[in-house]
Structure formats: structure tokens, C-alpha cells
Design a protein around this ligand. Structure first.
Ligand code: PAF
Length: 304
């Protein structure tokens, strides 16, 4: 289903009616198990979202985008207030990216009684309190609550299969929603979408435009440190995190927040012994640093 203006629904009943109808049409046309892909977004779409839609389009019969600026995941009220909102432009982009359906509910529709609701929320547990969660209390609980609601609202009826797309750039978010689907037995397959890098190695981010040439040079320290660790892992050498951290700190005014190597499923940091021995399974290197005037995050899967 492509080449048509994406259908807009703003309520749960409207979006479910559309999904039911489209799935029934696909089944009637001979698709035994229609594949339905969801790309959850907060709008303000840009080419970075393009890769999510591209993969969802390639892998599914029906592509749904959700556009909802989720107040529960902002720790600063002014960031929530000032978050860019332009539904008309987003609708055009979803259509351009090949999406079929847009679900764009109001805050009151998602959380009737907000800000006193919702009373029941999902906790991301310890995985939500480390790394990015340490500087943004409650952020990942808010992400889990909205993503669980979106999955419940948008899950297609049988015999369709449901997939949800998340970028590897936000590695902690990806690990947490993957764990949530497993821990809460939600019948959705998480599909990670590869992080996109500039030829220089810099992970693409909308924040990069705020870096001047010097800033860009300093920012490259992050991906260089990650590649250094990745090369060590491939060669079966001990992982020298201290040397990798020094590669980032060597740049003037760069403030390293964290560089850790963790288990990709639980985000538990590897022990000294695990770092000293050749990797037995994939590990994930996570990094965040202030490269004035922006805070950057990056990550890389380390393969044995
Ligand atoms: O990654 C995002 O844009 C948001 O955290 C998400 C997954 C859409 C939930 O609001």
C-alpha cells in the first residue's frame, strides 16, 4: 500500500477501524499473514526518521506512523512546551516516506485527565535509571508508558503480525522497549534500524548542525573511541576503556559523561574480568559527552 496520501486518525476507534479494514483487505487479496509495521515518533520528522520508514516500508504490507509528543517523557516542562509541532508538514513527510496511516491523538485522548492521569504507568526499572536515565529522571518510564499504550492501540487483529521500529542511535531506548515487550508478553517484534554515520564516522543527529568545524573535529573523538574498542573486540584483545575514554577527553572543553561497555540486553556494565578476556558474545559500547554547545550520544555493537 503506497503512493497515496497517508490516512490520518486522531482517535483510538478511528485508527482501529482503519487498521481492521486494511488487514481484512490484505487477507481478502490473498496475503495469509499481513505484516503491519509501526514507526512511533514524536513528530518534527526529518530525514533521520526516513531510515525507520524505509525499513518499515520494505518489510511490511501496511506502515503506521504515530505522532504524539509524549509529556511523560520530558523532565523539563519548557522542553515539552517548546517541542516543535507541525502536523501538516509531518503528514506530508509520512506520505513521502511511504507510510499508510498516521495516528496523531491529542494529549487528552491519550491521557484523559492529564496531568493527574495516567494513574498506572510502566516502570523501566533499573535499565531506565542508568546512563541517559541518570540525567533524565522518569524519562524511560514515560517512554515505556506511551509505547505500551501505542502497541495496545495499534496492534493489528490476527492473522496479521506486528512489528515496531526503533533506531539503534537511541540504544538504551531500544534495549528497554525490547525488554518491555519480553517482560510484559506483548506480541510485537522489535525491529532495530541501523544508526547512520557521516563519511567522517560521526553519528548523524539533528544536533550536529550546532557544531562548528572545531566542534565537529572534537565530536569525532566519540566515534573514534568506539571504533578503537570495536577493533580490539574483533582482534580478541582486552578492551581498554581507559584508553578509549582518554581519546575523548584529549579534546579541549569536551566533557565525557560516560563511556561504558554493557550487556546489550540488560545494559549491565561488563566486569573487569570480562573486559580483560576476549568477548564471548556481543557487547554494546555506550558513550555520551558534552561537545559544546551540544550533548552527543553514540554507541557501537562490539562483536567477538
Ligand atoms: O524515540 C522517540 O521519538 C520517542 O521516545 C518515542 C519512541 C516515539 C516515544 O515517545
Amino acid at each position: 500500500m503506497t503512493d497515496q496520501q497517508a490516512l490520518l486518525a486522531t482517535t483510538t476507534s478511528a485508527v482501529r477501524a482503519i487498521i481492521d479494514e486494511k488487514v481484512a483487505e490484505l487477507v481478502a487479496a490473498g496475503t495469509a499473514r499481513p505484516k503491519v509495521g509501526l514507526v512511533p515518533t514524536m513528530g518534527a520528522l526529518h530525514d533521520g526518521h526516513g531510515a525507520l520508514f524505509e525499513q518499515a516500508r520494505a518489510e511490511n504490507d501496511l506502515v503506521i506512523a504515530s505522532i504524539f509528543v509524549n509529556p511523560l517523557q520530558f523532565d523539563q516542562p519548557e522542553d515539552y512546551e517548546h517541542y516543535p509541532r507541525d502536523l501538516e508538514a509531518d503528514l506530508e513527510l509520512v506520505t513521502e516516506y511511504g507510510g499508510d496511516i498516521v495516528f496523531a491523538p491529542s494529549t487528552q485522548h491519550m491521557y484523559p485527565g492529564f496531568p493527574d492521569a495516567p494513574h498506572i504507568r510502566v516502570s523501566a526499572g533499573q535499565m531506565g535509571q542508568m546512563f541517559e536515565g541518570a540525567s533524565r529522571p522518569g524519562h524511560f518510564d514515560g517512554v515505556c508508558t506511551v509505547v505500551a499504550k501505542l502497541w495496545n492501540i495499534l496492534m493489528p487483529p490476527p492473522p496479521a503480525v506486528f512489528r515496531s521500529y526503533f533506531g539503534r542511535k537511541d540504544a538504551q531506548q531500544l534495549a528497554i522497549v525490547t525488554r518491555m515487550a519480553k517482560d510484559l508478553n506483548i506480541d510485537v517484534k522489535i525491529r532495530p534500524v541501523e544508526l547512520v554515520r557521516a563519511p567522517s564516522g560521526l553519528a548523524l543527529s539533528s544536533r550536529n548542525v550546532r557544531l562548528d568545524d572545531h566542534g565537529m573535529e572534537k565530536a569525532l573523538g566519540l566515534s573514534k573511541a568506539l571504533h578503537f574498542l570495536s577493533d580490539q573486540a574483533t582482534r580478541g584483545e582486552p578492551l581498554d576503556i581507559s584508553a578509549a575514554r582518554d581519546m575523548i577527553r584529549a579534546h579541549e572543553n569536551v566533557d565525557l559523561d560516560y563511556l561504558e561497555i554493557v550487556d546489550p540486553d540488560t545494559l549491565t556494565p561488563l566486569t573487569e574480568e570480562q573486559l580483560a578476556a576476549p568477548l564471548e558474545r556481543e557487547a554494546l559500547a555506550l558513550v555520551a559527552a558534552w561537545v559544546p554547545p551540544v550533548r552527543l550520544i553514540d554507541n557501537m555493537l562490539l562483536s567477538p
